[in-house]
Design a protein around this ligand. Structure first.
Ligand SMILES: N[C@@H](CCC(=O)N[C@@H](CS)C(=O)NCC(=O)O)C(=O)O
Length: 267
């Protein structure tokens, strides 16, 4: 996602990242973990480089918070990337990047796996090898089909828009099927896929508003609708939630900028 120009015009929102993503969060249960030495002292050496509007960044913060890991949050200016980001993620130059003891890890889903393997409390990935393999299979598929597809719906038109809507809807049906007989994608408790798909409960609503589509149709996808409401009520999610109108503003600018770029490219 090239957010550079979009961010320039939504510039006042830069500060939001620090406000929403860096709030210290530790439940009583996690304070107990710390007292018992289950959460080590090394959490002070965890740094997250992110951007307030990024669903990829938020999924990492949810995991850090669920596990009660203390971290320093650094808001990145995507329109003028810092040398920290460029040094840490020289290939993709994207957020999030997690630094643990100064060692950088990029790509949100890999970061979550790293966190889960490093801090064992409140496990996120399924323990069963088959379920684990399936979780790893579905998470990037949904990123590609729904996250990237719905974002394209913000600026493509005509036949291409119809194609994107069809693709996203097909993937939404897959998700609806995955929730049959389950409370969460992770089963009885929140898991890796809930975290990976969590953006759907928040970002997709803003995309629907701006693109004038109904990807989140509660009649077509009643199970996703129920899950979405439950997901938004989770403490760590509520804790880092920003006002929806900020995201709508961001997507409006993103849509205008991307439409302009597309029309220039096809001239
Ligand atoms: N696959 C990556 C995607 C990360 C990503 O696309 N980040 C966007 C922000 S939402 C970014 O940093 N864009 C900067 C750019 O495209 O230059 C992940 O899961 O971490």
């Amino acid at each position: 996602m090239n957010c550079a120009k979009t961010l320039k015009s939504c510039g006042e929102n830069f500060s939001l990242g620090v406000q929403y993503l860096s709030k210290p969060w530790m439940s009583r249960k996690q304070e107990n973990h710390k007292a018992m030495g289950e959460i080590g002292e090394n959490e002070e050496e965890v740094k997250l480089v992110g951007a307030w509007f990024s669903p990829y960044v938020h999924r990492v913060t949810w995991v850090l918070k669920l596990k009660g890991i203390q971290y320093e949050y650094v808001e990145e200016k995507i329109n003028s990337k810092s040398s920290l980001l460029l040094d840490c993620n020289p290939v993709h130059k994207k957020v999030p990047v997690l630094l643990h003891h100064g060692k950088p890890i990029a790509e949100s889903l890999f970061i979550i796996e790293y966190i889960d393997e490093t801090w064992k409390q409140n496990p996120i990935l399924p323990t069963d090898p088959y379920d684990r393999a399936m979780a790893r299979y579905w998470a990037p598929y949904i990123d590609q089909m729904i996250l990237e597809g719905s974002k394209r719906a913000l600026y493509v038109e005509g036949e291409q828009l119809k194609k994107e809507i069809k693709k996203v809807s097909e993937a939404m049906e897959v998700l609806e099927g995955m929730l049959k007989g389950k409370k969460y994608f992770g089963g009885e408790r929140l898991g890796f896929l809930d975290i990976a798909f969590g953006w759907i409960a928040i970002w997709l609503e803003a995309i629907d508003q701006v693109a004038g589509v109904r990807f989140l149709d509660s009649h077509k996808y009643p199970l996703i609708h129920k899950w979405k409401n439950k997901f938004r009520e989770i403490d760590v999610v509520k804790d880092s939630l920003f006002p929806m109108e900020k995201l709508v503003c961001f997507f409006k600018k993103y849509s205008q900028y991307s439409k302009l770029k597309l029309s220039e490219a096809t001239k």
